[in-house]
Design a protein around this ligand. Structure first.
Ligand SMILES: CC(=O)N[C@H]1[C@@H](OP(=O)(O)OP(=O)(O)OC[C@H]2O[C@@H](n3ccc(=O)[nH]c3=O)[C@H](O)[C@@H]2O)O[C@H](CO)[C@@H](O)[C@@H]1O
Ligand SMILES: C=C(OP(=O)(O)O)C(=O)O
Length: 429
């Protein structure tokens, strides 16, 4: 039987209370830009530790190899070796697979003076333009041309300048920061994103010899350097993956400890769980929920960090669909990040959508059903719902989960989940 990447599905027999410990993986969204940052080296290696084994990481490796870098992997360690000339044309087949491919734009432009990047385009969760990336690079002296779905950026020299971001875009902050570390003079990025993954990138750039100040403050001050040096970098724990397992404990009213986390990265989630009446035990580098009660309905709004992460909104919607009372969820980051709602409705969730607001009327039970993962976190939300639902849930298109969750099924089984992944064409599809 021919198996393609879209033939994965997951079967869950729900209603089992989960119990045990699970370790957080390294952060996907920190590892991806740091891998791209290796392109800034003229000659040498960047060693990365705690790199998660994910499809997106594989895609970024392929992209770097296509550009002329060498990538070696050994379990969760990775070495990226860069020397000599790099290609500046990025292949559409890889760029279209993953939005984060656009993170090679800043480093390649700074390193090669020219980049052709097919535009990653929209995806299921929203249109995701790159205007802020282009505006910032233009201000640094780059010429940007858009033609036939690709951007060509050219710059004989990038010059430090003052850039105000109209929105604290994570990707734009990362691209501009990486371009600025090799630019002439000082760059100021105002209204910069403050996500922990940006701090991890700043930390990586600093060990590579860059001069950057202001991480976490919203104002980044970068003094350009002629050259960076080889370095070793630790990837931070993945706050979104960690939170997903914590929420698996909440939704099954189980007893789950997530180890190897940085709890302060999850302050917004912890505040909302507290409002919902869920006690989370914080022991410094682990978070535990111990047979929590059913959550109360709450209101939440997704916001740039330190606000509530849009990447946790779908999983939280599953949890709140089993709350006592009604919850209101405002999605302010992506315009179509409610695709999971109609799948949750098939499982008995009572959700009304009004533009970027979801009104979730909590139910006592969800019922297993056949549902489709529409995107990465939407898929995670369905796994959570399936773990709590009565009877069997079959989730199709679970290849999306492989972008962001290392061995999700294998991590849930020891916690008591009755879950298995299957490959092939399911009968009922
Ligand atoms: C690989 C990675 O780190 N992905 C994360 C990153 O995505 P990403 O970096 O794509 O997210 P951004 O912060 O850039 O996007 C946030 C919002 O700004 C808009 N925008 C962005 C750039 C731009 O030039 N113009 C513009 O209008 C986007 O369409 C979106 O509505 O941050 C998102 C917001 O926390 C997370 O959900 C993603 O998981
Ligand atoms: C939206 C996400 O990733 P990406 O930006 O790579 O699509 C995510 O990690 O939830």
């Amino acid at each position: 039987m021919k198996v393609n990447s879209e033939s994965y599905f997951i079967r869950i027999k729900g209603g089992t209370l989960l119990k045990g410990e699970v370790k957080a993986q390294g952060s996907k969204n920190a590892a991806l830009p740091i891998m791209a940052a290796a392109l800034l080296l003229r000659d040498g290696k960047v060693h990365l530790r705690n790199v998660p084994k994910l499809l997106d990481i594989h895609t970024m490796s392929e992209l770097l190899i296509g550009l002329g870098a060498k990538v070696y992997r050994d379990d969760h360690n990775m070495i990226i070796e860069v020397s000599g000339e790099l290609a500046w044309e990025t292949p559409a087949s890889l760029v279209r697979k993953m939005r984060a491919s656009s993170l090679v734009l800043g480093p390649l432009l700074a390193r090669c003076g020219k980049v052709v990047l097919p535009l990653p385009g929209g995806c299921a969760i929203g249109s995701r333009p790159m205007d802020l990336h282009f505006k910032g690079l233009s201000k640094m002296g780059a010429q940007i041309e858009l033609d036939k779905g690709a951007v060509t950026a050219r710059a004989d020299r990038l010059v430090g300048t003052r850039i105000y971001l109209d929105f604290p875009s994570v990707g734009a902050t990362e691209n501009l920061l990486m371009a600025a570390v090799l630019a002439e003079g000082e760059t100021l990025i105002e209204n910069a994103a403050r996500e922990p993954e940006i701090d991890n990138l700043v930390c990586a750039l600093k060990v590579m010899g860059a001069s950057v100040e202001g991480e976490g403050t919203g104002i980044l001050r970068i003094k350009g350097k002629g050259e960076l040096r080889p370095a070793s970098v630790d990837i931070i724990p993945d706050r979104i993956e960690a939170a997903t397992y914590l929420l698996a404990g909440v939704i099954t009213q189980g007893d789950i400890t997530v180890k190897g986390v940085i709890p302060e990265h999850l302050n917004a989630l912890l505040a909302k769980l507290d409002e919902a009446g869920i006690e989370v035990i914080n022991s410094g580098n682990a978070l535990r929920v111990a047979n929590p009660r059913r959550p109360k309905g709450i209101t939440l709004k997704t916001m740039p960090y330190p606000g509530f992460s849009t990447d946790l909104q779908p999983q939280m919607m599953s949890v709140l669909s089993l709350a006592e009372g009604t919850s209101i969820i405002h999605e302010t980051i992506f315009e179509s990040r409610f695709l999971h709602a109609s799948e949750l409705q098939k499982m008995g969730a009572q959700i009304e959508l009004q533009g970027n607001t979801a009104i979730v009327h909590g139910q006592k039970n969800l019922i297993g059903a056949e549902v489709y993962a529409t995107d990465l976190r939407g898929g995670a939300a369905l796994v959570l719902a399936g773990l709590a639902a009565e009877g069997e849930t079959v989730i199709y298109d679970t290849h999306h989960l492989k972008r962001g969750y290392e061995d999700m099924v294998e991590k849930l089984i020891p916690l008591g989940a009755q879950i298995r992944e299957e490959v092939g064409e399911p009968q009922s599809k």
